[in-house]
Structures are given as structure tokens and as C-alpha cells.
Design a protein around this ligand. Structure first.
Ligand SMILES: [Zn+2]
Length: 203
């Protein structure tokens, strides 16, 4: 299967177009890593090739780029933030990816945050649960809306349907304004220990 796909869509680096992978070794060296801010970490700075590879996954349905991005995230977490990873493991934290509305998921065929969360959870030996909180409204694609539309679009967008574990990692691919994650956290019961993890963060 991989071989066939390679012939039809040869993988090439989003940074320099070198064939073989979506992010080549040379370009990996140029990715900027963020610092932990309180209970939040966006592992990479949301610009350059990280932004390009996330957009590739989101809008061009290149799901096997997800694997490479997830691997890169896991390796960076292990080497740059070993204490944080150990803390998550000791606390047995559950990764909770932010859901897409089912119709959107259906149209695109997959939820990239869920796919990324599952790979990362498996590699870090953390549970992943995608069924705790659902999206209630069909949100329009946030990036295409004005500031005001974005706020209305997200209001009451999520609903808790199952019991939330005590220690969770709210996960999304990217944090830009933080509005989606903010709305998501609103439906989580008080007293829950929340860490917010995103692959990339604009701030
Ligand atoms: Zn490259």
C-alpha cells in the first residue's frame, strides 16, 4: 500500500521539496520549540513547516503525514520535556482530543486531532478517550470566519456525555486564539486536573 501511494503521491518535504518524507532531517533542525506555560504546552511554534504540515493534514487529507508529525511530537516531548512526560504517566492522565462535529468528520473522513492523539497516546503509554465530550453544533471552519462570527460559532459547541477522569490532557493539533479550547474546557467539571497539549501554538 505504501509503495503504491508513493508512486501516485510521492512524499516530499513541505519545507524544501526534497522527496522521501513530509519533513526532512535538515528542516527538522529549523523547527522552533515552545516552553511550557503553566498547564499548557504547544510543542512547536505554529509557523514555517509545522504550519505547512498541519495544513497539509487538515485540508489536503494527507493522513500519513499525521504519523510523521505525531512521531516528531513524541520524540520532542521525550527529549525536551522528560519530566512532564513522566508526570503525565505517574498521574495516569487520559488524553481527550477535541472532537469535530460528526458531519464535518464524515465529510473529511477523519478527525486529525483524534488520529494524532491516538498515535501519541500509544507511544507515551497514555490512555486516549474520544467519547467523553461531543460537539453539539455544526461549527463552520473557524479560520474562515470573522472574529465576531467565531465567538458565536463556538458558543455551547460542546457537551459532556460521559464521566470525566480526574486527570486529563486536553489535546488539539493547534492553538491559535485559544477560543475552541476555552469553550471545550468550560464543559469539564470543576476539580478536574487539566493540562492542555497542542502540537503547535501560535503564542
Ligand atoms: Zn526539507
Amino acid at each position: 500500500m505504501g509503495v503504491v501511494l508513493d508512486i501516485i503521491f510521492p512524499r516530499c518535504c513541505v519545507g524544501c521539496k526534497k522527496t522521501g518524507s513530509y519533513i526532512c532531517q535538515k528542516c527538522i533542525g529549523q523547527i522552533k520549540i515552545n516552553q511550557i506555560q503553566k498547564n499548557r504546552l504547544g510543542v512547536f511554534k505554529y509557523d514555517g513547516i509545522i504550519r505547512d504540515v498541519i495544513k497539509l493534514i487538515k485540508f489536503e487529507l494527507v493522513t500519513d503525514a499525521s504519523q510523521q508529525l505525531a512521531d516528531l511530537t513524541v520524540n520532542t516531548l521525550k527529549y525536551e520535556f522528560p519530566n512532564l512526560v513522566k508526570f503525565w504517566q505517574t498521574k495516569k492522565m487520559t488524553i481527550v482530543p477535541i472532537p469535530l462535529h460528526w458531519r464535518r468528520e464524515n465529510w473529511r473522513g477523519f478527525n486529525q486531532s483524534e488520529i494524532l492523539a491516538k498515535i501519541i497516546g500509544k507511544k507515551l503509554k497514555l490512555k486516549v478517550n474520544c467519547d467523553l465530550i461531543i460537539r453539539t453544533k455544526r461549527g463552520k471552519i473557524q479560520s474562515l470566519l470573522s472574529k465576531k462570527e467565531k465567538e458565536t460559532n463556538l458558543k455551547d459547541a460542546f457537551k459532556q456525555v460521559l464521566k470525566i477522569p480526574k486527570n486529563i490532557i486536553v489535546f488539539d493539533d493547534v492553538l491559535t486564539t485559544g477560543k475552541t479550547i476555552g469553550e471545550f474546557i468550560k464543559v469539564i467539571p470543576k476539580g478536574t486536573n487539566i493540562f492542555v497539549l497542542t502540537i503547535a501554538s501560535a503564542r
